[in-house]
Design a protein around this ligand. Structure first.
Ligand code: 5GP
Length: 194
């Protein structure tokens, strides 16, 4: 099983994923590779593998990425080797990637992928959350709102929809999704009675 979570900026995805990861030790965050500069509080190899453009380009040329995309003018990619390591360790990779990458991995992994689109409760609430962050200028916020409208257009490609109206309730719904996926016949290698 691979879990893909996509949600627009302001959907509360970071807290949602953080809380989800704490709830189940089998879940392992898939650390992406990016050319974006490291932000305060981030750590290399934990939040992302931070690389420069030439290293990223080499990885692309070596076919090291399952998918990669340009998001807000920076490159982001999911390393094939990272997913293989997690699968070999019996972990469930959790991918936090944008719609462009999300749609690609949905096509690649098909039934093995548990795809989840995280919605904010309303456009008004999304705008309120973005404006309350006061780190971004009004133009940046308008850009994020426009991007969010485009991203929501891809939600029909995702298997599950979760509305993040209340963090705890939303995470509980996500835990139920994982439990249900675990109970699928296909996730058993053989009958439990053989
Ligand atoms: P941020 O720079 O704010 O951490 O992330 C910006 C966006 O890039 C988010 O929407 C996040 O989901 C997306 N992202 C992070 N890693 C990847 C990745 O490996 N591939 C793709 N396609 N998007 C990613």
């Amino acid at each position: 099983m691979i879990v893909l979570i996509t949600g627009p900026s302001g959907s509360g995805k970071t807290s949602f994923i953080g809380s989800l990861m704490e709830s189940n030790p089998r879940l392992a965050f898939s650390v992406s590779t990016t050319t974006r500069p490291m932000r305060e509080g981030e750590a290399n190899g934990v939040d992302y593998d931070f690389v420069d453009q030439s290293v990223f380009d080499e990885l692309v040329a070596d076919d090291a990425f399952v998918e990669w995309a340009v998001v807000h003018n920076n490159c982001y990619g999911t390393r094939r080797s990272r997913l293989d390591e997690m699968a070999a360790a019996g972990q469930i990779p959790v991918l936090d990637i944008d719609v462009q990458g999300g749609v690609n991995v949905i096509d690649i992994y098909q039934d093995d992928l548990v795809s989840v689109f995280l919605f904010p409760p309303s456009w008004e609430e999304l705008e309120r959350r973005l404006r309350s962050r006061d780190t971004d200028t009004s133009a940046v916020i308008d850009g994020r709102l426009a991007t969010a409208r485009q991203e929501v257009g891809f939600a029909p490609k995702y298997r599950y929809w979760i509305v993040n109206d209340d963090l705890e309730a939303a995470v509980n719904r996500m835990k139920a999704v994982i439990t249900a996926e675990d109970c699928r016949r296909e996730s058993f290698l053989r009958s439990p009675l053989v």
